[in-house]
Design a protein around this ligand. Structure first.
Ligand code: CMC
Length: 429
């Protein structure tokens, strides 16, 4: 017999089914609760609420496990290309040689963006934050591909939209960077890999013959894979909720980019470097910052520390800590910020406050140090996160539509004024 739980409400016994995941995770199914009892549940920040049953990413925060479609993040980061991982997230299996060749070819064909988009970029002030530009540009793609707005779109249209998005995001991201710096943009090059092409659009100039550095390309590939999905996080939940209204995929992804921008989510990678720079310039030692982070009257938090789900260690941070050393050594870069980061990690990991609350370095703690070594400026870090997260967002959107999930619409408990008569303007105190 399937497992159930009993709930006593107003003296009546309610039997609720228990759902067991393929890794033995347990959930109480309350989907009929309001209809049968009039009660809802309340859970600010959705800390205990599962919004879906998904077969994309498995995350065990207590044991630091992260798997995409069953494959460990460690193995994928070591052995796969970002496009193979994107395919895996979108279609459920790693591609064979033929499937990968088709996918690669299709992505490569769609890398150009409409020439009119140049005029959008021209209208942004110089120095505009690349995340603001990226989110707007992705939403604007739906105006160039109006078939994406049709809620009865065909499978072929959806497929084309997905490939276009994966192909065009690097082009738009590099354009956002070039605009921010006032530099000439580069067209995509179809003879390069996904990461190599992005690097030439970022760092290439019409006056030079840009050569992709292998170390940089491999590091970027690894970073993108590590960011590619993370189950129902803030931006992914946003993409699913926006998409659940049948808004087009471009708009759903644009909303995801906006959600990612915040410093408590993807914006933390920028905030980490800004914090480490601040600590370096201050020069007054680390304890002061640890104390500030612990002080409940001070809004300062140790950026890159803590995670809603990981309460032991973030496996992505473990991989990136090693990668940071390797990349800096291979590129011959020395960055005093890396030493400060390692020292800060040691101090925090030995402090009762952080230990008690399970606060460990997260993916954003070391990623920024690698991005810096690759020559990527701080305000592009969250854009890099978006590039990596894109296949995850799309895979999750695809799963949500294929499962015909209902529109996302939480309830609330109203705590405002009770009904009262209107008071005319002259009678108001
Ligand atoms: N520095 C100091 N104290 C912290 C920190 C931190 N970075 N993170 C959490 N705490 C404390 C918090 O004050 C609270 O203490 P108390 O129980 O005494 O009130 C306790 O730890 C639990 O924190 P919370 O805010 O309730 O936890 P949450 O699950 O709601 O938030 C978080 C998770 C990631 C937003 C938070 O840890 C944080 O703000 N970290 C810094 C920002 C950051 O690095 N974000 C990137 C996350 S990884 C990338 C991604 O996937 O988005």
């Amino acid at each position: 017999m399937s497992e159930t739980v009993k709930l006593i409400l107003d003296g009546k016994e309610i039997v609720l089914p228990v759902i067991t995941g393929s890794e033995n995770e347990k959930a109480i199914d309350i989907s009929t609760l309001r209809a049968t009892t009039g009660y809802i549940t309340i859970d600010p920040g959705f800390k205990n609420t599962g919004s879906t049953q998904s077969s994309i990413t498995y995350l065990d925060g207590e044991n630091g496990i992260l798997r995409y479609r069953g494959y460990s993040i460690e193995e994928l980061a070591e052995n796969a290309t970002f496009l193979e991982v994107a395919y895996l997230l979108l279609y459920g299996e790693l591609p064979n040689i033929k499937e990968l060749a088709y996918f690669d070819e299709s992505i490569t064909q769609h890398t150009l963006v409409h020439e009119n988009m140049k005029r959008f970029f021209d209208a942004f002030p110089q120095g505009a934050h690349p995340m603001g530009m990226l989110s707007s540009m992705i939403a604007s793609l739906s105006t160039f591909y109006p078939e994406s707005q049709n809620s009865n779109r065909s499978v072929t249209d959806i497929e084309k939209t997905i490939h276009r998005l994966i192909a065009k995001l690097p082009t738009l991201a590099a354009k956002a960077y070039k605009h921010n710096k006032g530099l000439p943009t580069m067209y995509p090059r179809n003879d390069l890999s996904y990461c190599g092409n992005f690097l030439q659009m970022m760092f290439g100039l019409p006056t030079q013959d840009y050569k992709v550095n292998d170390v940089v390309e491999r590091a970027l590939n690894k970073l993108l894979i590590l960011h590619a999905d993370h189950e129902q996080n803030c931006s992914t939940a946003t993409v699913r909720v926006v998409g659940s209204s049948q808004a087009n995929l471009y708009s759903s992804i644009s909303a995801g980019i906006a959600a990612l921008w915040g410093p408590l989510h993807g914006g933390a990678n920028q905030a980490v470097i800004e914090m480490l720079e601040q600590i370096r310039h201050d020069g007054g030692g680390l304890q002061k910052w640890i104390d500030k982070a612990k002080d409940k009257n001070d809004s300062f938090r140790l950026m890159g520390f803590g995670h809603r789900v990981y309460k032991n260690f973030d496996p992505r941070a473990t991989i990136l800590k090693v990668a940071a050393d390797d990349v800096l050594e291979a590129l011959g870069v020395s960055d005093p910020i890396l030493d400060i980061a390692k020292e800060l990690e040691q101090v925090a990991l030995n402090d009762e406050y952080f230990v008690e609350r399970g606060l460990y370095p997260n993916v954003d703690f070391y990623s920024g140090i690698i991005y810096r070594a690759l020559g990527i400026p701080t305000d592009m870090f969250t854009v890099m996160f978006a590039l990596g997260r894109l296949p995850g967002w799309i895979g999750q959107w695809k799963e949500m539509t294929e499962q015909s999930e209902p529109i996302g619409r939480p309830r609330q408990v109203y705590q405002g004024a009770n009904a009262r008569p209107f008071v005319s303007l002259t009678d108001r105190s």
